[in-house]
Write a protein that binds this ligand. Sequence first.
Ligand code: UT7
Length: 335
Amino acid sequence: MYNSKIIGLGHFVPEHIVTNEELSQLMDTTDEWIQERTGIQERRWVKDSGDTTSSMGVKAAKIAIERAGIDKDEIDFIIFATLSPDMYFPGPGVQVQEALKIKTVGALDIRNQCSGFIYAISVADNFIKTGMYKNILVIGAELHSHGLDKTTRGRGVSVIFGDGAGAAILSREEDTTKGILSTHLHSQGEHAEELALIAPGMGKRWVNDIIADNDPNDESYFPHMNGQFVFKNAVVRFSEVIMEGLQKNNLKPEHIDMLIPHQANLRISQFIQKKFQLNDDQVFNNIQKYGNTTAASIPIALSEAWEQGKIKTGDTVVLAAFGSGFTWGSVIIKW
Ligand code: UT7
C-alpha cells in the first residue's frame, strides 16, 4: 500500500468581476444584505469570454501540472468534479483528455456538487493507495452564471454562486505517514430536493416537457435551495465530519494547521472556526472574492492558500465540504 500526496495545485477564475452593487441593479437585493448573510463582496462570471466548465478546468490543470513538475503524459487518470458540465453527457473529463492531448487514459466524472472535490480526492487517493495509478489529475470546476435566475425571484440563490476552477495532481507517496491520511464520505438522499436543479432530468421533466409547457413561471430548471434548512444541516455535518477525520488520526482540533472549508457561506466557516476554537491563521476563506463555486471552491482555496505560503511541509491540513445531495466529507492531509 502507498499513500497519495498533492504535488501540484492550480486555479483559474474568469477576469470579469460582478459586484453586489451590480446585482442590485438586476434584482431586489443590496450589498448590505449579501455581505451580512454570506460574506460575499464579489464573484467572477465568465460573461462573454467563451470560457466553459471544461476550459476553465483545463486552464487550472495546466498550472497544476507545471507546478507538479511532471509531463502530461505521466498522468494515469483524470477525475473531474462538477455540477455544471458543458454537455449533459459526456461529462468534462474526456474534454480535458482531448484538450490536454493526454494519451487515452481513463476519465471519470464526479457528480457530488459542493462535496465533489472531496469525493474526487477520495477516489484518486484510493486508486493510488492500491498501486493502480501513480499520478492523477483531479479537477473541480463550475460555471454557474449561465444557469442562474437573475431576477428577484432567484435572489436567494443567484447572489451566492460564482464561476471558476481548481486542480490538483495527486501522486504516489511511499511514506505512509505523509500525504493524504484519510478521507470520509457521507450522503443523505432524503434531502435531495432541498438543494437541487430538478429539470431537465430523466425522472421528472425532460427538455421537451419544458418546451411544451412554455410556462413563464416554471422554476424547475433553475437551482432551488431551502437556504435555512441547508445552513442548519451544514453546520452540524461540517463539525461531525471534521471530528470524524481528526479522531481517525488521533488528532485534536488544536492540531489543525490549516482548515479549508468549502466556501458555502462565510457565516458557516466562522461557526466552524469558533466551534473548534481555531484562530484566523488556521482557517482559509476566499468566498468574499469568488462567492460559492461549489466543486471548485476547495481547490481554488487550496491553490491560493499554497500560493500565499500558508501551507507548509509537515502541516496538518483539513478539507471539508457539505452540500446538495445532501453529501458531505472531509480529507485529512499531512502536507
Ligand atoms: O454550497 C452548498 C451549500 N449551501 C449552503 O450551505 C447555503 C446555506 N444557506 C445560506 O447560506 C443562507 O441560508 C442564505 C445565504 C442562502 C440565505 O440567508 P438566510 O439568512 O437564511 O436568509 P433567508 O433565506 O431566511 O431569507 C431572509 C429574507 C427573506 O425575506 P422575508 O421572507 O424575511 O421577507 C428572503 O426573501 O431575505 C430575503 N432574501 C433576500 N433579500 C435581499 C433572500 N435573498 C435575498 C437577497 N437580497 N439576495
